[in-house]
Design a binder for this molecule. Sequence first.
Ligand code: FES
Length: 98
Amino acid sequence: MWQAVARGPEVEIVVDGRPVRVFEGETVAAALLAEGRRALRTTDLRGEPRGLYCGIGVCFDCVMTIDGQPGVRTCQTPVRDGMRVETQAGVGTWRVVS
Ligand code: FES
């Protein structure tokens, strides 16, 4: 039998410099999907868009740069208030986040 799950409190993350309201308990990928966003990164060689594919942490198609760390699987990463999320180009680059 299907059972509703209570949403966590609303928090804010920053996606490519833009504030986005999300709910604690959601993954980054789920929150961005709910925002209508499909492309999360671009491929290294051709710059083609990639997004959520397996949703279970296996394919790595959903990786983004989170708080300066590239290659983070957004389907496995819960949102956190103040988190900084960036579209990742290729393998991404490390950044120091203050
Ligand atoms: S969608 Fe496959 S690892 Fe995240």
